[in-house]
Design a protein around this ligand. Structure first.
Ligand code: ZN
Length: 480
């Protein structure tokens, strides 16, 4: 109670003081990540989406059509030769050249909405059951990544995923199995040269081994297949590293999606994907994850998965921090969800694609969920060293010698008064929590003894103005 009184006094004091201009020179761009167009499962063309985004005052549109939508079931031992393949619209189906040039055209045609290319990728799934007894389940098809900022068609063609095209990427890994059938083939040639029944056996063996060589050719787009059960995170790590190496960014799409947890029947196949929120902790090198989206998400609750990754980063057990974004997963408006319901706000100095991607890469972003046509705005969120006066914003690290002062200001988009509850999570625990009305400014001094690296992130819930999640600010204090 005492702490709260102090905070309220501080808030009051701030309102009485003249407002100083924010140290940050960044402008805020409202954007949406995870949007589908007619290139895959969306209702609107990219051009129609740009028009809708402009009406909603969104300035960044990150399209994430499915890279490829394919499922295959093949019969043993010729799974790649005797198979049934189902395919839907996708970027690879239409050709990444067409996708990228349409995005380029839209950016040339208008300046109000920056369109940035991305894809949603399901690089792996595995089969369980048997098609002949009527129970065949595809697992983990919905364990997905959003891949943002890959600019060359080749980047998309070479994605390490199941059922992609011809690829020379894994020939080394796939060669040993291929060689086994090669040697059987060579043996069959020897047998064909023998007289009588041996010769007939040799011919049969030659046909069989040739078919198996074709079936196991080493030029596949993945070193995995869907017939050997769950491969854990390995196929996904492959994609994350690939995207990183090509200068793109990877985000876990919707780790607690309920869409197919209990099983969705698609024709003769049941699709099933459990929550994969543990992948946030088990994998590294990815840029972030959707913390706000259409399902209830617990990963960003205090002390949960996200905080564990951030603490791991502070303790040196992880080399990169993990950022939170909002995932629109927009196909068309439905049940109160529209293109602008889930927004990611970018802090940039210029409205350019490269600057937006930099903000995304470095955590200079915050996530919001709109409610009642209203959203919260984080006018200011920074930490200042009370001794030196130096400060840092989201995604940055501040080396301090004094005490950290957490300064913030929150308002509603239309400037109205909105009831909000603000929580500051420090190192995974709720350290401050207070309520008030927007516009709400606060100023908190952390009196705790600090050593090493710490982080502070803000979580604000409006009574009717939605939800806002900041990214963390890191503070480092080297005690000698
Ligand atoms: Zn999607």
């Amino acid at each position: 109670m005492g702490k709260l009184t102090i905070v309220m006094f501080q808030i009051l004091a701030l309102f009485l003081l003249p407002r100083n201009i924010s140290a940050s020179e960044y402008i805020q761009l409202s954007g949406v990540i995870h949007v589908h167009s007619t290139f895959s499962s969306g209702r609107y063309s990219p051009e129609e989406l740009v028009a809708r985004a402009a009406v909603k005052h969104l300035e960044v549109l990150i399209l994430t059509d499915h890279d490829q939508v394919v499922m295959e079931y093949g019969l043993f031992p010729f799974r790649n030769l005797i198979k049934r393949r189902e395919e839907r619209n996708s970027v690879l189906g239409a050709g990444p050249e067409t996708y990228l040039s349409e995005i380029e055209r839209l950016n040339r045609q208008q300046q109000s909405v920056l369109v940035i290319p991305g894809v949603q990728s399901s690089p792996f799934y595995y089969w369980e059951g048997n098609p002949f007894n009527g129970k065949l389940t595809a697992h983990n098809y919905r364990k997905e990544l959003l891949l943002v900022g890959l600019t060359s068609p080749d980047d998309y063609y070479r994605l390490p995923r199941l059922h992609g095209g011809f690829s020379t990427q894994y020939w080394r890994e796939l060669l040993p199995r291929f060689f086994i059938f090669c040697s059987v083939f060579l043996l069959s040639i020897y047998l064909i040269r023998q007289p009588g029944k041996i010769r007939i056996g040799g011919i049969l063996l030659a046909v069989l081994s040739l078919a198996l060589m074709l079936n196991h050719h080493p030029f596949k787009s993945s070193q995995f297949d869907p017939y050997h059960g769950d491969q854990g995170n390995a196929p996904f790590i492959e994609v994350i590293d690939y995207v990183k190496n090509r200068g793109g960014l990877a985000f876990w799409a919707h780790p607690e999606s309920n869409y197919s947890v209990t099983g969705v029947q698609l024709g003769p196949i049941e699709m099933k994907t459990d929550h994969y929120v543990d992948a946030l902790i088990q994998t590294t090198n990815y840029t972030g994850f959707a913390a706000l989206y259409g399902d209830t998400s617990t990963a960003a609750n205090a002390g949960m998965h996200w905080d564990q990754t951030l603490s791991d980063y502070c303790n040196g057990r992880r080399s990169l921090p993990v950022w939170a974004i909002a995932g629109a997963d927009f196909h068309e408006e439905q049940k109160g969800f529209d293109l602008d319901t889930f927004q990611t706000i970018f802090l940039v100095d210029k409205k350019r694609t490269a600057n937006v991607l930099k903000a995304l890469e470095h955590g200079r972003i915050y996530a919001v969920r709109m409610s009642h046509n209203q959203r919260l705005v984080l006018d200011r969120y920074q930490i200042k060293d009370d001794r030196t006066g130096t400060s840092a914003i989201m995604g940055e690290e501040l080396s301090i010698t004094g005490k950290p002062v957490i300064e913030g200001r929150l308002s509603a988009l239309d400037g109205s008064r909105q009831e909000v509850k603000i929580t500051i999570v420090k190192d995974g625990t709720i350290s401050w929590s207070f309520e008030g009305q927007t516009p709400l400014a606060f100023n908190l001094v952390d009196n705790a003894e600090l050593s090493g690296k710490h982080y502070y992130r803000l979580d604000a819930k409006g009574k009717t103005a939605g939800h806002l999640l900041s990214n963390p600010i890191f503070v480092i204090r080297n005690t000698k």
